[in-house]
Design a protein around this ligand. Structure first.
Ligand code: NI
Length: 319
């Protein structure tokens, strides 16, 4: 891999065509200084409430293995201390105002449009965190299986893009590691390498690059890029993950059913409205969501959605 391009969100208002191509080739892109200080403070404040509640929710008696509670919090055992620790919360857009406004971030949406085209859809929103002193290990993985390429009309790397918003910095004790270019590996090769990397007791960084970041930086990663991070005992590290997929792919292959599409389009429009009212976004040029006419859904009537939590399982396709 050539070096990751230096991208500073204060100097440009979207990624460039060349940077989009780098993403397709390597499955990674790092954007510095994307979230301004006022927005970052709001996100930190709102998500701290979620982290605190997750910690309070640690049960006296833990189920065996990993599990999820009624507040969408995932728990697992910390590999260093052996104690139960929360590490992930689903549907964060439903849970905080700052996360709603964040989905409308114009730099992000213009960049996703460049990678996926104008017909894109927000498909996932979660927060993964390493608790202070008790950061869970995230083993090496791909975020999902690749699509059947014979049915795909878009580059597989563009077909599912994760945007990772760092609310806290990371350093060599707790940062993400990834293998650039692994987004292009056949799935068998990826699984073999994942098994090899995860076979050692310590977190293996063989052939990988570290990606330490500052608060407010953002990483784009393909769901096919191999990535993981070590167990840590350092400071809190929160990362909000928003995933995007092209509507055409979602409509024809999934993973969600077609009914999911207009609902999530409405979530996006509602979040754009949230952003338009946020003080910290007052100086920016808002993103205009304009999918092709075939994907324009019944007009955005400005009505409240009645919630932003569309449970994946309720819209999942049977393979
Ligand atoms: Ni992942």
């Amino acid at each position: 891999m050539s070096q990751l391009p230096a991208i500073d969100a204060r100097q440009q208002d979207s990624i460039t065509d060349q940077q989009a191509q780098f993403f397709l080739d390597n499955g990674l892109l790092l954007i510095r200084n994307l979230i301004n200080s006022a927005e970052l403070a709001a996100l930190q404040q709102h998500t701290q409430v979620l982290v605190d509640r997750a910690v309070q929710g640690i049960p006296e008696k833990a189920p065996a293995g990993d599990w999820t509670d009624e507040h969408d919090v995932h728990y697992r055992r910390h590999s260093v201390t052996g104690k139960i620790t929360p590490y992930r919360i689903e549907y964060v857009i439903d849970k905080t105002a700052a996360n709603k406004a964040l989905l409308g971030h114009p730099f992000i949406l213009r960049s996703i449009e460049k990678i996926q085209g104008r017909n894109f859809l927000p498909t996932w929103d979660s927060m993964v965190f390493k608790r202070q002193g008790m950061g869970a290990l995230i083993p090496w993985h791909r975020d999902g299986r690749p699509y059947d390429q014979s049915r795909l009309t878009i580059d597989p790397t563009a077909a599912a893009v994760n945007v990772d918003f760092y609310l806290d910095g990371s350093d060599m004790t707790n940062c993400l590691w990834a293998i650039p270019g692994s987004n292009r590996w056949p799935h068998d090769q990826a699984l073999a390498r994942i098994a090899q990397l995860n076979s050692s007791k310590e977190f293996s960084t063989d052939g990988a690059v570290p990606l330490p970041v500052q608060p407010g930086d953002v990483l784009f990663h393909s769901t096919l890029t191999l990535h993981g991070s070590p167990a840590a005992q350092s400071q809190l590290r929160r990362v909000v993950y928003y995933e995007f997929r092209p509507i055409e792919v979602e409509a024809t292959i999934g993973p969600h059913t077609p009914q999911y599409i207009p609902l999530k389009q409405k979530v996006l429009l509602s979040c754009l409205r949230h952003r338009s009212k946020a003080d910290y976004a007052a100086d920016e040029k808002p993103f205009e969501y304009k999918p092709d006419a075939s994907w324009a859904f019944p007009a955005d009537d400005g009505q409240a959605l009645g919630g932003y939590r569309f449970h994946h399982a309720d819209y999942w396709r049977v393979a």
